[in-house]
Design a protein around this ligand. Structure first.
Ligand code: TYD
Length: 144
């Protein structure tokens, strides 16, 4: 197995948290704002999913070093998280609540609502070498 940061892979689903995004509310609506103090990593990339068919299955991989904040800007979807030992499913459905996914966690995303928009803030630029796309490889990285 190639070099990787063992400490970053030694995570569990208990390291995953919901981050509440501060909002300003007045009669004109809501304004949600993410500043550098809102999230525990420096944002190096932003991408979003839209026009997602309701039966789509996304994710199905883990990252070795990448941190992500996943935000349901519109609509909802389910995120299944696995650390090799335990798993949990979180339904994301509030645009001011983001899911902080740390490295070393397998994720699968499905059950997209119609018109859903999923925004992802990421701690580094796209790098296919950071992906673990095979679940058995993932278990090996986690030393199961
Ligand atoms: P992937 O991360 O597997 O998508 P998801 O986790 O949402 O199912 O990426 C899908 C494709 O898009 C894959 O070919 C890689 C490419 N891609 C980029 O080129 N840049 C990016 O920033 C991301 C996230 C994906």
């Amino acid at each position: 197995m190639e070099n990787f940061n063992r400490k970053l892979m030694n995570t569990t689903i208990d390291d995953i948290s919901i981050i509440e995004i501060p909002r300003v509310h007045d009669e004109r609506g809501l304004l949600a704002v993410i500043e550098k103090t809102t999230i525990p990593f420096k944002i190096e990339r932003v991408y979003y999913l839209y026009d997602v068919p309701s039966d789509a299955f996304r994710g199905g991989h883990a990252h070795k070093e990448l941190y992500q904040l996943i935000i349901p800007l519109s609509g909802s979807f389910d995120v299944l998280l696995k650390d090799g030992e335990n798993s949990k499913t979180i339904n994301l459905n509030k645009p001011h609540k983001g899911l902080l996914v740390v490295p070393g966690i397998w994720r699968e995303i499905d059950n997209f609502s119609s018109g859903c928009v999923c925004l992802v803030l990421a701690s580094s630029e796209y790098d296919e070498l950071d992906y673990i796309r095979d679940f058995n490889d993932f278990l090996s990285f986690k030393e199961f």
